[in-house]
Design a protein around this ligand. Structure first.
Ligand code: ZN
Length: 306
């Protein structure tokens, strides 16, 4: 598929000869696959989709090898929402929510009143980067304020990197998308950059969710920056990827201890652990449980860990 009209791709661009850069993401199949085994109420699903798009945009702006986690903790219908993106753009996400509060939010948008109903007062937006090498961990936290996740993300960039940033996000059942533009620091403030940044902001206000979900990058830039030359870089594939596996579940059950696991086995007939991200069930029958707690079983623990 053509990378421009395509889905499941993230692309970088910049305005020629200007200190303004951007990133665009749009997911189709990857977004549907990510929630294939979970049923979310429409507003929660919209927030989850926007968070997934936001996690990809955040990862695209940074140089790191590892995993970026965007987390929202609130006191509304959504208690906790987690979206993760690796440096290779593997994404997964999950939302914990209150059924009755979520059902009371009508429509499938998550801006304005719906955004406040979803996250309540005093929520937090956290970005954590766990780097593969050197065990590095970085965390930035901002309050969840404003009318949308896009505004929270703008506040995050302003607080953590002092970069003026404009973000638009959108999601529905079929796709989720995001567009980010950033004004980069300059050694000397160039003439005209103020006017250009104003034009960027006006252009972003012309975008609506429908355009963001249905248009490729080039038509979107035609709406946002009709009078500027933009250099587009090649798209990079984004895919749903859950890194759960039998090895991780085995480690978890061993940590729980033989006594407790055997107790569950006696009550339930088998021990089933379901991955909260992909909902894949890992089932251990009596024989498998015994193998967990014998020496030979313990010996093959390490090759199973992914
Ligand atoms: Zn999983």
């Amino acid at each position: 598929m053509d990378a421009d009209v395509g889905f499941d791709t993230v692309r970088r661009f910049l305005i020629e000869d200007q200190p303004v850069r951007g990133h665009w993401v749009r997911l189709g199949a990857a977004w549907r696959e990510l929630r294939a085994n979970g049923q979310y109420p429409p507003a929660v699903r919209a927030l989850l989709g926007e968070a997934v798009a936001a996690s990809v945009l955040l990862a695209a702006t940074l140089k790191f090898r590892g995993r970026l986690t965007l987390q929202m903790q609130g006191h509304g219908a959504v208690r906790l929402l987690v979206a993760q993106c690796t440096h290779e753009f593997g994404v997964r996400a999950v939302a914990h929510y209150d059924d009755s509060q979520a059902a009371a939010i009508s429509g499938e948008a998550c801006v304005g009143e719906a955004f406040r109903a979803l996250l309540g007062e005093g929520g937090r937006f956290t970005v954590t980067i766990e780097a593969d090498e050197r065990n590095l961990r970085y965390q930035g936290i901002v309050p969840l304020t404003g009318e949308s996740l896009a505004q929270s993300l703008e506040a995050y960039f302003s607080a953590s990197e002092q970069l003026p940033t404009r973000v638009e996000l959108a999601a529905d059942g079929e796709q989720c998308a995001g567009l980010l533009l950033q004004k980069l620091p300059q050694t000397e403030e160039r003439s005209g950059i103020g006017a250009l940044w104003q034009a960027v902001q006006r252009g972003m206000r012309r975008l609506d969710a429908g355009a963001l979900l249905r248009q490729g990058l080039e038509p979107l830039l035609g709406i946002v920056l009709p009078e500027h030359d933009v250099r587009l870089f090649r798209g990079i594939a984004v895919a749903f990827e859950c890194r759960c596996g039998e090895g991780r579940v085995t480690t978890l059950l061993r940590a729980l201890g033989a006594e407790e696991v055997r107790e569950i086995l006696a009550e339930e007939g088998a021990v089933t652990v379901t991955c909260e991200f992909c909902r894949r069930p890992y089932r251990f029958d009596a024989q498998a449980v015994e193998a967990l707690f014998t020496d030979s079983g313990a010996a093959d623990i390490s090759p199973l860990i992914h």
